[in-house]
Design a protein around this ligand. Structure first.
Ligand code: 4NP
Length: 161
């Protein structure tokens, strides 16, 4: 484990939800002046898009909210389970898959568990927008943005420095 507090966002394809979460959270960390205390990354449980860019709709919604990021998709690897302090799956299936790989359960927290406006457990999914219609990407952005506020509080309490 490095000195920096490691946060890994996990979805299925690593082209929609988790790259957006990484972009939103990095933006928030820069604004808070804590980016140097953190190591933030994203990955997918699947390998279909590995080596490729983010979905164009992900890039568009991020830009609409003033967030610009580079991205090369990658699949989760066993070392990730050791190398990050917090593994954050976007939905219940990603959550099950990460645990099935052997991730320590105490380091795995669903994304929307950090949304303080949600009072139910387990929290709902950040739904996969890939095949959805309408403005699924904007909805996903709003869910991620709300969760990132709670996540920032958590990280500021736990990150060294
Ligand atoms: P993501 O969305 O998990 O949020 O990146 C998906 C992207 C691609 C696929 C599934 C989900 N796919 O099946 O190709």
């Amino acid at each position: 484990m490095s000195e920096r507090y490691g946060v890994l966002f996990v979805c299925l394809g690593n082209i929609c939800r988790s790259p957006l979460a990484k972009g939103v959270f990095m933006h928030a960390a820069e604004r808070e002046g804590v980016i140097d205390r953190l190591r933030i990354d994203s990955c997918g449980t699947g390998a279909w898009h590995a080596g490729g860019p983010a979905d164009p709709r992900t890039i568009s919604v991020a830009l609409r909210h003033g967030i610009c990021f580079d991205h090369v998709a990658r699949q989760i690897r066993p070392a990730d389970l050791e190398n990050f302090d917090l593994l954050i799956p976007m939905d219940a299936k990603n959550h099950r898959d990460v645990l099935a790989m052997g991730a320590p359960p105490e380091r795995v927290r669903l994304m929307r568990a950090f949304d303080e406006s949600i009072g139910v457990k387990p929290p709902p999914d950040v739904p996969d927008p890939y095949l959805g219609e309408g403005d699924g990407f904007e909805d996903v952005y709003q869910m991620i943005d709300r969760a990132c506020r709670g996540l920032m509080k958590h990280v500021l309490e736990h990150a060294p420095g």
